[in-house]
Design a binder for this molecule. Structure first.
Ligand code: EPZ
Length: 441
């Protein structure tokens, strides 16, 4: 079993560079399905396991993918007849596999996608995706754990989302690019990843307007072709490093971080007494030994990002007094708090509100990561804790952070990762030496 081991109590110092955005790349990979000729080349693609899994799914669908880790460049070619079935083994490991549904429908007229299973942060239904595709003219059936979507051709429509779902907005944008006529998506998600997807679709010959606002208009075209696009830095990874600097009272420059993508986090850090300096090459974060409590609401963009909520609760628990965290995106995203309780955290949960009583003297112990961002939160708590913290299931960190513990090590953390089985492998029995009068063992 793999573990990350941390000896806490050291301030992080130095600089760390942010990779490209995982949550921008995944829909861009799916969008490559729409290119009936030419290749889609993506730059600044992070070597994280979610991106690798999406590439495996694209290859299963008969697209060709080639990734150069050194150059961080991914080239995808789908100008061949495609399969249209995404099996359970992919969807079950990564819900974002669902993002191939819209482009497959637009490209091939059909998509057979395994229903995603459960998830540790909430039910995460897909009703908004399906309702929007039906509005575009798809007939959708569900049988034997699969969604079967078909259409002769998609027709533009006016779609209003009950909730500004990121994935539903992305799926429907991609489906609508080749629908007949105009599609409007109202109450659309406004995340930066939506803008990146629109940028690529337009470079591929699409006609998408209004991305980043609540209303997106798409004029359908006959076909899309290959294009090249460079992905923006990962705003959630950048925010995680900023919070790591703050929880250790450190001094860290987060290179490549774009302050414009993290305005809500920066505002809250400054409210809590942390110093944030926007520089040419990134963002410098200086911690403080006296943190002021704050109330935070995790909301759709441009609100405080739910993907930084677990990491932020660690900082709030260190503050001198009571803070609150309200989670308004997912209905079950406080699992990490029960793990933090084992490190001395004191809190109550009332529905979607966590009441966090600081200051906490985190003490190291063994904890388990339940998802990518909860895992990051547990590592941050370990960095701030006295004693040794062991974080089990660190593989979930690899989904969205590249070289996570190595980068923390470079910032001065006493941290390592190893496979317990390997490390303490029982060596095969050695023949015992005859004990000829030597010292007793
Ligand atoms: C994306 O997930 C991100 N993943 C998530 O990041 C992120 O937390 C989330 O957006 C919110 O910002 C990727 O981009 C790959 P949603 P997504 O659809 O699209 C409900 C990470 O750690 N909903 O915006 O799945 C849903 O249950 C991951 O990097 C419906 O009710 O999120 C949730 O409560 C975790 N019906 C809310 O909307 C639907 O059909 C937001 O979900 C779809 C969603």
């Amino acid at each position: 079993m793999e573990k990350i081991i941390i000896k806490g109590g050291r301030p992080l110092r130095g600089q760390v560079t942010v990779e490209g955005s995982k949550n921008a790349v995944l829909p861009l990979q799916a969008a490559a399905i729409l290119a009936v000729q030419g290749t889609v080349t993506l730059n600044n693609v992070p070597p994280v396991t979610d991106v690798q899994l999406m590439n495996r799914l694209l290859r299963f669908l008969n697209l060709k993918t080639a990734y150069g880790e050194k150059q961080r460049q991914l080239v995808i070619n789908g100008s061949v007849p495609l399969s249209s079935e995404a099996p359970f083994e992919y969807v079950n490991q990564m819900r974002a596999s669902l993002l191939v549904m819209g482009p497959l429908l637009a490209r091939t007229g059909q998509a057979r996608i395994a229903l995603p299973g459960g998830c540790s942060i909430g039910a995460r239904p897909i009703d908004l995706h399906l309702a929007g595709l039906r509005k575009l003219g798809a007939t959708i059936k569900q049988d034997a754990g699969f969604i079967d979507a078909r259409c002769d051709h998609l027709v533009g429509s006016r779609i209003t989302l009950d909730f500004p779902s990121v994935g539903a907005t992305e799926n429907l944008m991609m489906a609508a690019t080749m629908a007949e006529g105009i599609t409007t998506i109202e109450n659309a998600a406004c995340e930066p990843e939506i803008v990146e997807l629109a940028n690529l679709l337009n470079k591929m010959g699409g006609r998408v307007h209004g991305a980043g606002s609540k209303v997106i208009r798409i004029q359908g075209v006959y076909y899309l072709h290959g294009a090249e696009y460079t992905v923006a830095p990962d705003r959630i990874e950048a925010g995680t490093w900023m919070l790591a600097a703050a929880v250790t009272n450190g001094d860290v420059i987060v290179r490549n971080a774009a302050a414009a993508y993290n305005t809500s986090l920066i505002a809250k850090l400054e409210e809590m007494g942390v110093t944030v300096i926007k520089q040419e090459d990134g963002i410098r974060v200086l911690g403080t030994s006296v943190l002021i409590p704050a109330s935070v609401k995790a909301m759709p963009y441009p609100g405080f990002p739910t993907d930084l909520q677990p990491q932020m609760t660690v900082l709030q628990l260190l503050a001198n007094g009571t803070s609150t965290m309200e989670e308004h995106v997912f209905e079950q995203r406080f699992n990490h708090l029960e793990e933090l309780r084992r490190m001395n955290a004191d809190f109550q949960i009332a529905g979607s509100v966590a009441i966090l009583d600081g200051p906490t003297r985190f003490s190291g112990t063994e904890v388990a990561a339940t998802d990518l961002r909860a895992g990051a939160a547990l590592v941050l708590a370990g960095l701030a804790a006295t004693g040794i913290t062991q974080v089990c299931n660190p593989q979930c960190l690899d989904r969205g952070y590249y070289d996570f513990y190595q980068k923390l090590h470079q910032l001065g953390a006493q941290i390592d990762r190893f496979d317990v089985k390997e490390k303490f492998k029982i060596k095969p029995e050695q023949p015992r030496q005859e004990n000829k009068g030597s010292e007793p063992e």
